[in-house]
Design a protein around this ligand. Structure first.
Ligand code: HEC
Ligand code: HEC
Ligand code: HEC
Ligand code: HEC
Length: 160
């Protein structure tokens, strides 16, 4: 029926070797638990769950630092969580005497949220930090947990 059918046979053999190679290679490299629950590695769930927890959560911080809670309640930073500024501190919360938090650099921290930017809502308090602070650390004037300055004697330039 076909002339020179051996060409087709050779082609079919080459393709079968290719398919077989793919199947063997796939069985060798796809992890055992792949597809157990869905299109991912089932064992990944256990691995992620066993990682140490990095964040303690603000309720944990508040149980010990009640003075800070009182300060925070009085100002608008009441909505900002402890670890949003202080970073993940589960290790400190577990063992506060041997793991002390790092000092924060307010020039970086406060600017992260308050650097003036046209994309921010108009009502959000924002300043051109370099001009506004005159190079001083933000907590020279602002109490970080209660940032509104009540005594309005301090005058600054560049405040928007
Ligand atoms: C089990 C009680 C406890 C818990 C929970 C705890 N702390 Fe502390 N924290 C302490 C103690 C004690 C100190 C050391 C105080 C000192 O030496 O003046 C401290 C110190 C600190 C300091 C440094 C103060 C300084 O003088 O440098 C910061 C910042 C701080 N804690 C933040 C946090 C945050 C944020 C959390 C929640 C993730 C937290 N702490 C959870 C007990 C606790
Ligand atoms: C808006 C950012 C911000 C938030 C939110 C915040 N802190 Fe602070 N906190 C600071 C800065 C800045 C300092 C002063 C620099 C430093 O100690 O690293 C500070 C200092 C501290 C200190 C040491 C001295 C002090 O003033 O009492 C403790 C303890 C502390 N924070 C705990 C907390 C806890 C607990 C919470 C949550 C209830 C919290 N902070 C929320 C920014 C913040
Ligand atoms: C994670 C974001 C975040 C960081 C970091 C942060 N703030 Fe704020 N800040 C806020 C929010 C949210 C408000 C409340 C805005 C509102 O409701 O209008 C606020 C309000 C303020 C206000 C206005 C207070 C008032 O009563 O009008 C000042 C001043 C201020 N922050 C200073 C600081 C200083 C200084 C630092 C650094 C120690 C800092 N903020 C760090 C989020 C942040
Ligand atoms: C020399 C003192 C001083 C320093 C340093 C300073 N501020 Fe202020 N800041 C003020 C005063 C005074 C006001 C006006 C009173 C108020 O709103 O609390 C103010 C207001 C603000 C406001 C509110 C603006 C608004 O539109 O309501 C923000 C946000 C702010 N400062 C952030 C910062 C940040 C971030 C830093 C550090 C880069 C900083 N400040 C450093 C004195 C200072």
């Amino acid at each position: 029926m076909f002339k020179n059918i051996e060409h087709l046979v050779r082609l079919a053999v080459v393709m079968m070797i290719g398919v077989l190679g793919f199947v063997i290679l796939r069985a060798a490299v796809v992890p055992h638990s792949f597809g157990q629950y869905g299109h991912y590695r089932g064992a990944a769930i256990g691995e992620i769950a066993s990682r140490p927890v990095a964040f303690a959560g603000h309720e944990t911080c508040e149980a010990c630092h009640t003075d800070v809670v009182e300060q925070k309640k009085l100002g608008k930073h009441v909505v900002v969580s402890c670890e949003a500024c202080h970073g993940a501190l589960a290790k400190h919360a577990d063992d506060p005497s041997s793991v002390l938090p790092k000092k924060l650099d307010t020039a970086i921290l406060c600017a992260r949220c308050h650097e003036a930017n046209g994309a921010k809502p108009k009502g959000f308090p924002q300043v051109a930090t370099a001009e506004h602070s005159g190079g001083l650390a933000c907590d020279t004037c602002h109490q970080p947990h209660h940032p509104k300055i009540e005594t309005a004697e301090i005058k600054t330039e560049g405040k928007k």
